[in-house]
Structure formats: structure tokens, C-alpha cells
Design a protein around this ligand. Structure first.
Ligand SMILES: *Cc1c(COP(=O)(O)O)cnc(C)c1O
Length: 384
């Protein structure tokens, strides 16, 4: 019997085959009008994104990282300011804080959901308040892996301490919290259109969502070098943070298929849940939330089991990934930012246990069954 073809972790060629004609026709339109910077597709996409999330404003920007950066610039975050964020996230969430000279304060995460843990957040804010050398300013909640952060709790804490609340929604466009789409849980929410995110461009891109008209105007200014109402009026220091017209055109075509893709991701997650829950720990479903399933992460009892499963899967042509091998405060770039006498036990342990399975909408049901079977075979061989 011939070996089946390897499964892709992210299958952009198949995705392109499915969506090609719509994308090409959108791209052709841009090639004709040649308004490559801030063309009409950027405005159209902004309107579509805002309507999709029920937000008043969407501002298309150059990446999810620049979106975070500009929101913090908008609050004039800088030296002496403390920004609270989960230790278990992608580096971009913390990187922007340091780029502005402010201090990231790492917070532990929940062992079931991997989301920022409200009790740890509160304790970290109180400790910083007490020590009195940094001013608590911002909480960044991250909707990790497609699942919503605990927004009701985060809002209550932000209100109690008078902090600005930012939603890093890079992985979770399309997810929902208590019946509404993510994008309105914080004062500002940031999206990434990196190709592997639920709504991916053919390059870099991002957006900021807000209901606040003044902040929307501020973000529009910041993404174009701090310009005012006329082009050569410079009100503030900004960046070149615009979304490309070509990326907006591609995203418009992809947005048409997005709800179907979300439904397919949910179907795959349900198949994995049903096929795997008796052999590994499958993701915890939080009541009243819907994941966008950017990433489907199972937990293994220890690093040996995880590594053994990962290499067994690789031999069977099943790709997997480890998000994230280390919490940020263990990374060389951030170590100095963290007081090592403070342990964040969950974030510090997760890296040894996590394994992400392929979950993109191009997976066939047959491939999903192959992933399940490979994991079940591995499990059976270990208990023999
Ligand atoms: C991908 C990602 C970002 C950064 O997005 P880019 O568009 O790649 O700059 C920020 N935060 C999280 C949690 C992400 O996963």
C-alpha cells in the first residue's frame, strides 16, 4: 500500500485553488486603478470588518503588531508605565510595550483555557501599585488560539484600577463572547491578517477596531505619520502603518468565504473532541463562547509523551506544532523584565504539555480521521 500524502499544517495552495477566481478579480481591479496605497478597497474592507464585528470603526493597518503598537502610542504609553499581559502568548504582545520604553508585567494563565488568569492579574496589579515605581496603565487581554479571554472579569479589573483595556485579537477574528463577535470587548481590539490567522492575507496586514470616534481618528492619524486633516500637517509622531490596497482586496475576497471556513473549523474541532477525548486532554469548551479555532491544542501528561507523539505523528505524515515552548518571561529578550522570585506556574509548565494539531478549513474529513487514528494508535502502543 502506498503511503498517503503528508497533511499540511496550513494549506495555502488548496485555499488558493478554492478562492482563486474571486481573489484574482479583486486583484485585477486594483491593478487597473493603481491606487496601491489607501485605495478604495481599504475603505471597503474597513466597513466590512466593522459591520462583521458590530464595531463602530475599523482602521486597516500594516500588521497585528503595528496595530498593538499604535493603540499603545494612542494612550501615550512610555517609560515608567506598566502594561499587564499574559506570559503565555506570542512575542508581539509584549514586544510593542518594550519598543515604547514601557514595562511588560507578565501574568499567569488559566490551566484549563490557557487565557490570562484574573486572580493572577489582580495580584500583579496590586503588587505593582504597592511597589510604587511603575504606574499601572494598560491590560492587554489576548484571545489565545481563537478562544475569547475572560472579558467580563478583565473589564471589572480594568474599571477597578482605572486601566485601559486592549484586546489582542490577532488569533481570534470570528470568535464570539456571550453571543457577540469579538472586537468590542475592550476599548480597542487589534486584528492580524498574517496568512496563518483565521482571516489571512497574502502577506502582512492588520486592523484596529473601536467604538470611540476620537480614538478612531487618532489611529488613522498614527498610521499615516501622525498627519492631521491635510497631508502635510503633522500633529504627532506616528508610523507608516497603513494596510496595502492589494492585501485589502485579497481580504475582501476571502471575507466572502469566511463564515463557511469558521463553520468548517468548528466541525473539525468537534471531530477531534469526539475522537480524542478519551486518549488526550482536548481543549476546554468555555460556556457562552465560540472559538475561531485558529489553533487546536491538546495536552499530554509530560514532555516525553508530547515529544514521542509529535515524532510518531511526523512519521505518519501528520504535522503538529508547539505553541509556545516557553513563556515570554523565560525568553532571553524578556528575562530582565521579570522578577525571577515571582513564579507563574501555569505559564511555566504549559510548554512541556501542549501540542497543536492541524485545523485549517482545507482539511478533508478523511485527513481529520487520519490525524485521530494516528493519535489513537500512538496511545494504544504506549499502554501496551
Ligand atoms: C500573530 C500575532 C500577533 C502579531 O500579528 P502580526 O500581524 O504577525 O504582526 C500579535 N499577537 C498575537 C497573539 C499573535 O498571534
Amino acid at each position: 500500500m502506498s503511503k498517503p500524502a503528508p497533511i499540511a499544517f496550513l494549506d495555502l495552495p488548496r485555499q488558493q485553488a478554492r478562492l482563486e477566481s474571486g481573489i484574482r478579480s479583486r486583484v485585477d481591479t486594483v491593478m487597473k486603478h493603481c491606487r496601491f496605497v489607501m485605495g478604495p478597497e481599504v475603505v471597503e474592507l474597513e466597513e466590512r470588518l466593522a459591520a462583521y464585528c458590530g464595531a463602530s470603526y475599523a482602521i486597516g493597518v500594516s500588521s497585528g503588531t503595528d496595530a498593538l503598537l499604535m493603540v499603545l502610542m494612542g494612550e501615550e504609553i512610555g517609560p515608567g508605565d506598566a502594561v499587564f499581559l499574559p506570559a503565555f502568548t506570542y512575542t508581539a504582545t509584549a514586544e510593542v510595550v518594550l519598543l515604547l520604553g514601557a514595562t511588560p508585567v507578565f501574568v499567569d494563565v488559566d490551566p484549563e483555557t490557557f487565557q490570562i488568569a484574573p486572580a493572577s492579574l489582580k495580584a500583579r496589579i496590586e503588587a505593582i501599585d504597592e511597589a510604587d515605581d511603575l504606574e499601572p496603565r494598560v491590560i492587554i487581554g489576548v484571545d489565545l488560539f481563537g478562544q475569547p479571554a475572560p472579558w467580563n472579569e478583565l473589564r471589572a479589573i480594568a474599571d477597578q484600577f482605572g486601566l485601559f483595556l486592549l484586546d489582542d485579537c490577532a488569533q481570534s477574528f470570528g470568535g464570539a463572547y456571550h453571543g457577540r463577535k469579538l472586537g468590542r470587548e475592550a476599548v480597542a481590539s487589534t486584528l492580524s491578517f498574517f496568512p496563518s490567522k483565521p482571516l489571512g492575507a497574502y502577506g502582512d496586514g492588520g486592523a484596529i477596531l473601536t467604538d470611540d470616534p476620537e480614538r478612531a481618528e487618532l489611529y488613522r492619524s498614527l498610521r499615516t505619520h501622525g498627519e492631521g486633516r491635510t497631508r502635510y500637517e503633522v500633529l504627532r509622531i506616528g508610523i507608516n502603518g497603513r494596510l496595502d490596497t492589494l492585501q485589502a482586496a485579497i481580504l475582501l475576497a476571502k471575507l466572502d468565504a469566511f463564515e463557511d471556513e469558521l463553520a468548517r473549523r468548528e466541525e473539525i474541532a468537534s471531530s477531534y473532541d469526539a475522537g480524542l477525548r478519551d486518549v488526550v486532554k482536548v481543549p476546554t469548551r468555555v460556556p457562552n463562547t465560540q472559538s475561531a479555532w485558529a489553533i487546536y491544542t491538546i495536552l499530554l501528561p509530560d514532555a516525553d509523551a508530547r515529544d514521542s507523539l509529535q515524532s510518531t505523528l511526523a512519521r505518519a505524515g501528520v504535522p503538529s506544532a508547539i505553541y509556545y515552548p516557553k513563556p515570554l518571561h523565560f525568553q532571553p529578550a524578556y528575562r530582565e523584565q521579570h522578577d525571577e522570585t515571582i513564579s507563574l506556574p501555569v505559564a511555566e509548565a504549559l510548554g512541556a504539555h501542549v501540542l497543536a494539531l492541524p485545523i485549517h478549513p482545507e482539511l478533508t474529513q478523511e485527513e481529520v480521521e487520519r490525524v485521530i487514528e494516528a493519535i489513537r494508535n500512538w496511545s494504544a502502543s504506549r499502554t501496551k
